[in-house]
Design a protein around this ligand. Structure first.
Ligand code: GLU
Length: 625
């Protein structure tokens, strides 16, 4: 820390509290009812979680203790970072089924210690070939479907899942283990069951109406007429069998044949329960769409930020472009020398500018030209930075810059283009994991089924939920909108798995869930760490704010408003507390990170509090003291 801030004090308290809670839990769980032989009626304690662990030899951090444990075991047995990441992700499909799973998609970023290169896989869901441009219009009334309930819980929002193909591709490119080896621990976990914690129960209760609307989902997640109780073991033998099937036959067992046909059937004829009042519009996905799915290998985005090389995800995600542009703008200012209020004012303003350009330009590059070179150029950023008044918040929404006529000077050639800002539906779903191995390879992986609970539809007898990722397309069809619906297209994402190198070696890997707030969560963590001098646990735990250029008001966690609202008022900054109509949580993001210190020292970090806290593990923890 270069200066002490109220955030740090708050974070330190949170860390102490959650570390204490974790050790208390640890004491009460030893070989307790969470062991494999526990009867299903027994109440168990969810496995303990440690939000920060420092040590050597490899690291795995995710939101879930079982998943991190499984990934760490792969590292211990000689697997590399990719092997461990896939095993962790498969386990998250069991324990975080509302956020991740083979019914969804994601973005995988890999640093190879051998080549020194960062490379990525785009495993985003795609629109079905038969998806019409007016897919979000109710054919019976001619009116647009409402976002909720119609689009969120629907077949029409289900995209072709990319997660399994991502796992296969990552293992093929960089792994040392097979897909069947990678799925085995998760299949065992699904069969044995995991201990329900408060977060899982809350998420289930938040989805009560949706989950009860489908026979298959009700059977799995609303059995016996209620949400699973905390301390109960939730088993998912159907998912175990699905993983086993894929292990035996490969991803073809998912993308072709009976399972593909079943997925298409669910989309066309949602398995609704009798008497549900939810409308559930059917969709367009076919078995042929599944057979045609493929991931895309992409080069990462790259910006240089205060001597660090920042690599992120290029479109179809807007993550790398938007985080990168905002960093380039911030780099024009001596933020590290500023106090909290000035620094945060600049962070908010830079975010708004980058989001304005995101809305105007980012989309699936197979369908639209994304001027990435311009968006990430220092000259463009220099001109955009001119828009920031150090004393006064700019009116928002602000217009995007003109990527064709910029010259880097204030008052220079750029003419703001006319375009409406695109509003986003903020949410708290998705999951993220970070893995490092003993050889120095690193994985940053964000995966999702979009909404918490995805489309709400479990594929009957298969144990996993289908995504509703196509709600990430713009809801209205506008011809010039880079994110308009098109058949086969990937909807624009905000996922921002990011790896920072210093002198060619990993310095920091980080990512987060949280819909459109992902971008600012990743940006804010980098800004907290590099510009505000926080440690990485503090940078991650510090309260968050998201300015996405939708309105003048910045969305912020209540703690952020308590700490900084008054000091940012004189700048004209105003805030709306986070939290939305879908969930009972007010968190922004549930991030993970690993920082790489001298001599191979790893600091693995997860959330101390958000989403019930996460589980950061290293292979050889540094002895205390
Ligand atoms: N659909 C989101 C995106 O791709 C991810 C899910 C979420 O966290 O909202 O940006």
């Amino acid at each position: 820390m270069r200066r002490s801030s109220p955030a740090t004090a708050l974070v330190a308290l949170a860390l102490t509290a959650s570390t204490l809670a974790a050790s208390t839990l640890a004491a009460s769980t030893v070989a307790g009812p969470s062991s494999a032989s526990a009867p299903s009626s027994a109440r168990a304690t969810p496995p303990p979680k440690t939000p920060t662990q420092v040590g050597r030899g490899g690291a795995v951090t995710s939101v879930d203790a079982d998943a991190s444990r499984i990934g760490l075991r792969v590292l211990r047995k000689g697997g590399n970072a990719v092997d461990a990441a896939i095993a962790t992700a498969a386990a998250l499909g069991v324990t975080e089924p509302y956020s991740t799973g083979i019914g969804g998609g994601g973005y995988f970023v890999h640093y190879s210690a051998r080549t020194g290169k960062v490379q990525t896989i785009d495993g985003r869901e795609t629109a079905p070939q038969a998806m019409p441009r007016d897919a979000f219009i109710n054919p019976r009334t001619g009116d647009p479907y409402r976002f909720t309930p119609e689009l969120v819980t629907s077949g029409v929002s289900v995209g072709v899942p990319g997660t399994l193909a991502t796992w296969q591709r990552a293992l093929h490119r960089w792994g040392t283990r097979s897909l069947d080896q990678s799925l085995a621990p998760a299949a065992r976990l699904a069969r044995r069951g995991f201990v329900v914690d408060q977060t899982f129960r809350d998420q289930t209760v938040d989805n009560k109406v949706r989950f009860k609307a489908f026979r298959s989902t009700k059977r799995l997640f609303w059995k016996h007429g209620h949400a699973p109780r905390v301390g109960k073991r939730l088993r998912n033998p159907d998912l175990a069998n699905t993983y086993d099937l894929i292990a035996r036959r490969g991803p073809q067992a998912f993308y072709r044949g009976p399972l593909a046909a079943e997925i298409a059937r669910v989309v066309h004829r949602p398995p609704t329960t009798e008497g549900t009042k939810l409308p559930v519009p059917p969709g367009h996905l076919t078995a042929r769409d599944l057979a045609a799915y493929d991931v895309v290998d992409r080069r990462p985005t790259h910006v240089d930020y205060r001597g660090y090389d920042v690599y992120g995800m290029r479109p179809s995600s807007s993550g790398g472009a938007t985080v990168g542009e905002a960093l380039n703008i911030l780099e024009r200012f001596d933020v590290p020398a500023m106090g909290d209020a000035d620094a945060l004012h600049h962070y908010i303003e830079a975010s708004a500018l980058a989001y304005a350009d995101r809305g105007a330009h980012d989309g699936d590059p197979a369908y639209v030209h994304v001027p990435l070179r311009d968006l990430l150029s220092d000259r463009f950023a220099a001109e955009r930075a001119c828009r920031i008044d150090p004393d006064r918040a700019m009116p928002k929404p602000t217009k995007p810059g003109n990527v064709k006529t910029y010259d880097g000077r204030c008052g220079g050639g750029a003419v703001a283009a006319e375009s409406d800002p695109v509003s986003d539906t903020e949410n708290v779903e998705t999951s993220n994991l970070t893995v490092a191995d003993r050889w120095g390879n690193v994985v940053e992986y964000t995966l999702t089924i979009e909404q918490t609970g995805g489309s709400g539809m479990v594929v009957p007898g298969r144990g996993f939920l289908l995504n509703n990722e196509l709600t990430d397309f713009s809801l209205e069809y506008v011809k010039d909108d880079p994110n308009r619906i098109q058949p086969g297209k990937r909807p624009r994402s905000s996922m921002s798995p990011t790896i920072l190198l210093r002198d060619g070696k990993p310095f920091l890997a980080l990512g987060s869930p949280g819909g459109s707030t992902i971008i600012t969560t990743v940006l804010q963590m980098i800004f907290n760490r590099i510009d505000r001098g926080m440690t990485i646990p503090d940078a991650l735990a510090a309260p968050r704010a998201q300015q996405s250029n939708a309105t003048m008001r910045t969305l912020a966690e209540p703690e952020f408003i308590d700490l900084y609202g008054a000091m940012l008022r004189p700048y004209g900054q105003r805030f709306t507390p986070s939290g939305d109509s879908f969930t009972s949580a007010s968190e922004i993001g549930a991030a993970t990170a690993v920082e790489f210190g001298p001599g191979g020292l790893l600091t693995a970090v997860a959330e101390p509090k958000r989403r019930g806290g996460g589980s950061a593990r290293v292979l050889h923890p540094k002895p205390a003291g």
